[in-house]
Design a protein around this ligand. Structure first.
Ligand code: AQP
Length: 350
């Protein structure tokens, strides 16, 4: 079957969006609009897999869902030409996840490193949802039979699992799929991860070996899209570094994760290569480089923050955008669910 090329990706409304989400995902979302039909989802059902202390409770979840939507639009995603919606409005995500729960194997999920990181030592107390997160993610993508998924580096393993689930479904139900008219026995595409763009893994400002994350307890570990100029400058000034001056060549960043991260952020925001950044700043102290980085961050993020502020001031408009996106997403999702149910052998209302 020749699948129509379609892009799907999602962001969790678990707190303030940060520079990692922006450079690792949203910048690519914006770019993909030029060449593909895109579906961008605020994955609120994923957000509640963590404890309520992480996602903040009902009022905070709704606030964050609107804020992520505003960040998408403020960064340049066009919700009229493409689809922007929140996951819980389309019931097919949960329905397909159940079918996939019966396709995926425990052994596959047991290998997921993100579950191990997020559950930490207290695995017995982790929600079933956090263990099942990658299955819901496969359902998110395959509900739209999406072929391409722009994500940050941290999602690579989950994307591989989505491909395994798609493949096993196609194999397990091959005869039934053929009986529905697809002679090649392929119902779901194997989605391709698109891990490209300016910075696929932005690290914490407090620890260059840990990724920048919304749920990190320290707000100083990340630059939020909504931080004001003073806060950005202060966080960059406080960012962990080492006592050596900046190297003049990229090789000199080896074994210096914090320096590498800051130079990587500068390169990504300015659209330059790291080597080029080091040609300008190499040999100098961190303090002057940090000033230049803070200025650059503010110049790039302030317009987005300003537009987000304007958008969230009108929640009715954001909700209307999400409703419209959900209606258009549902039209595609319903068709996939109808066919999936026929393939599995569920009797449905006709
Ligand atoms: N540090 C990062 N560098 C590059 N890309 C990143 N992404 C996240 N952190 C970085 C990418 O952003 C997209 C949305 O991520 P998400 O919110 O759905 O979940 P996440 O990957 O778990 O991100 P966080 O910030 O760490 O959230 P919490 O703390 O809530 O789990 C994804 O494409 C991701 O790769």
């Amino acid at each position: 079957m020749a699948f129509v090329e379609r892009v799907f990706s999602g962001v969790q409304p678990t707190g303030n969006l940060h520079l990692g989400n922006y450079l690792g995902a949203i910048v690519n979302f914006v770019k993909m609009q030029e060449t593909h039909n895109c579906i961008y989802c605020v994955v609120d059902m994923h957000a509640i897999t963590m404890g309520m202390d992480v996602w903040g409770g009902p009022a905070e979840l709704a606030r964050n869902t609107r804020e992520v939507t505003a960040a998408f639009i403020a960064s340049g995603i066009d919700p009229k030409k493409h689809i922007v919606f929140n996951q819980s409005q389309v019931s097919g995500h949960a329905e397909l996840a159940w079918i996939f729960n019966c396709v995926a194997r425990m052994g596959w999920l047991n290998r997921m490193t993100q579950f191990k990181e997020k559950a930490g030592k207290d695995r017995e107390n982790a929600s079933v949802g956090i263990f099942d997160y990658p299955v819901l993610m496969a359902a998110d993508i395959l509900l739209y039979r999406a072929t391409h998924v722009p994500v940050g580096e941290d999602q690579k393993q989950h994307l591989e699992l989505s491909r395994d689930i798609a493949q096993k479904f196609n194999n397990d139900f091959g005869d039934s799929i053929r009986a529905q008219g697809a002679n090649d026995g392929l119902f779901f595409p194997l989605p391709e991860p698109l891990i490209t763009g300016p910075a696929t893994r932005v690290m914490s400002l407090r620890d260059g070996t840990k990724k920048m994350s919304k749920s990190d307890a320290s707000d100083n570990s990340r630059i939020n899209l909504t931080d004001d100029a003073d806060t950005i400058a202060q966080k960059i000034r406080k960012a962990k570094t080492d006592p050596e001056p900046l190297p003049s060549e990229e090789k000199g960043l080896e074994g210096r994760p914090e320096a590498d991260n800051l130079v990587g952020i500068f390169a990504a925001l300015s659209g330059r290569a790291k080597a080029d950044v080091l040609r300008e700043f190499g040999g100098g102290q961190f303090s002057s480089f940090k000033n230049a980085l803070a200025e650059l961050c503010v110049a790039k993020l302030a317009p987005i923050a300003g537009e987000m502020k304007r958008l969230v001031a009108d929640p009715g408009h954001i909700d209307a955008t999400l409703n419209d996106g959900a209606d258009r997403a549902r039209a595609i999702a319903d068709e996939t669910m109808k066919l999936s149910k026929d393939i599995v052998g569920f009797i449905r209302r006709r």
